[in-house]
Design a protein around this ligand. Structure first.
Ligand code: LLP
Length: 437
């Protein structure tokens, strides 16, 4: 992926940095983010959607991976930012991300989070439910502020990796249901709310989607609904946010589409739907998360203990695991890996990669073919840029790995490795338990 190559020593090199040197300089486990690759994908999105289509905005779903440095890259590449919590919003604001390019999502935003968004004057708040709508209108009225909103709609389709299904999907925690009249009520309430400016609708149909037809279907359903709403209310919704979900390559069998084909699908679907329903082209917003950072990330681990059960399995343990990458244990996610210090060696044996957490479910990769490894070798797990650092935990009191951003032979720490004392940062020992004094 990206700038990954094998150098003359047979080592994995990313962004011009030898990963063996990165391991000795920064330690392991280590998240490595390939800056040129992130920027290249941002540019593909920009040229396919923003330049290739009229009135389109690409907004990075920051839940996939967010740090101050990442905010800067996203802003420099001309993308907006989707945040879903006070913490993500705080990070964006601390990075001085332009507030009007921030979209604020979430199904249970608190009064404090909404106040923070109003103070910052973020571009759009995506209202999820009736409770939030009245809370937001009250807060905006108290401040004498007008706030631009989108309504999150549950459109009744759900995309799976290779297909989409029409679910009717009333049973979702997110958004206003389209099929049972709830979405109509939400539009009516928004239009009668004094301090809310209803700009348009939002929908998100799933994640890690390969089948572009799912997006075509989403466009058709949403444009039809926007056209029907205009007839019903005489108010024209101008913006359609299609959410994220574009899938990436993790392991064999994954067949991601091209970003340019994704844009083409959306454009053609819009053309057709707008014509069919006599509706003018809305402004289109998309919210890719995984596809911007997923393949740009690599996690570097040191191999430690190796346990062979003859005739059954060889367990190769690394110095991280489900605490820095919970996706295999959470979603049965599959990954590929290479031995970073011996790329040129012949693949010899099938092993299973296990983490160091105290449970048997802490398996990163089952049955992968690798060169014969020994303790001290470096394992690079690929495509770990999305939903790894952002979903990491301190389970078993493992300090979180650091994150380095590599480009043109330079490596900059963008998140420091946690130390053991960081783990105690918020621990408080009550006086009555402090026997040692
Ligand atoms: N917009 C909304 C409203 C979303 O809920 C999401 C993801 C996105 C955009 C970005 O979707 P993406 O382009 O990244 O697929 N933790 C899971 C993924 C959860 C996605 C949740 N929503 C994983 O590790 O696979």
């Amino acid at each position: 992926h990206g700038t990954q190559v094998m150098n003359q020593q047979g080592h994995l090199e990313i962004g011009g940095c030898d990963t063996v040197e990165l391991a000795s300089q920064f330690g392991t486990p280590l998240y490595i983010m390939d800056e040129a690759h992130i920027r290249e994908i941002c540019r593909q999105y920009h040229s396919s959607f923003v330049k290739g289509m009229e009135n389109t905005e690409v907004v990075y779903a920051s839940k996939a991976f967010l740090t101050l440095a990442m905010c800067r890259i996203i802003e420099e590449e001309g993308l907006g930012l989707d945040v879903v919590s006070g913490g993500e919003l705080y990070t964006a604001l601390q990075a001085e991300f332009t507030p009007k390019n921030i979209y604020f999502h979430g199904n249970n935003k608190s009064r404090e989070e909404l106040s923070m968004a109003l103070n910052a004057e973020v571009g759009r708040i995506v209202v999820d439910n009736f409770y939030e709508m009245s809370l937001l209108n009250d807060l905006a009225r108290e401040r004498n502020q007008q706030i631009n909103i989108l309504l999150r709609i549950t459109p009744g389709i759900e995309a799976h990796t290779h297909e989409y299904i029409q679910t009717g999907q009333i049973d979702s925690k997110f958004g206003f249901t389209l099929s049972n009249g709830t979405a109509d009520q939400a539009i009516d309430l928004a239009l009668s709310s004094s301090n809310l400016m209803l700009k348009g609708l939002h929908a998100h149909i799933g994640s890690q989607i390969f089948e572009l037809d799912s997006f075509r279907h989403e466009v058709e359903i949403m444009v039809k609904y926007m056209a029907d709403s205009q007839v019903r209310t005489d108010y024209r919704l101008q913006e359609l946010n299609l959410g994220g979900g574009f899938g990436i390559y993790y392991a064999s069998g994954d067949e991601p589409a091209k970003i340019s084909d994704y844009a083409k699908t959306v454009r053609n679907a819009l053309d057709e739907a707008c014509q069919r329903h006599s509706f003018p082209w809305p402004k289109i917003i998309i919210e890719p998360g995984r596809s911007i950072v997923g393949t740009a990330g690599t996690t570097l681990y040191s191999i430690g203990s190796i346990k062979e059960i003859p005739g059954i399995r060889k367990y190769v343990a690394i110095d991280g695991g489900m605490a820095d990458n919970p996706r295999p244990s959470l979603y049965q996610a599959r990954y590929e890996a290479v031995v970073a210090n011996r790329l040129n060696e012949e693949v010899k044996e099938s092993v299973s990669i296990t983490g160091k957490c105290c449970e048997s479910g802490d398996m990163l990769i089952w049955d992968i073919n690798l060169p014969k490894v020994k303790p001290g070798d470096l394992l690079a797990v690929l495509s770990t840029g999305a939903y790894n650092y952002s979903m990491s935990s301190n389970y078993n009191r493992l300090p979180r790995p650091g994150v380095v951003l590599v480009k043109d032979g330079h490596a900059d720490v963008i998140v420091k490795r946690e130390t053991h004392s960081d783990l105690l940062r918020n621990d408080v020992l009550p006086e009555r338990l402090n026997h040692r004094q």
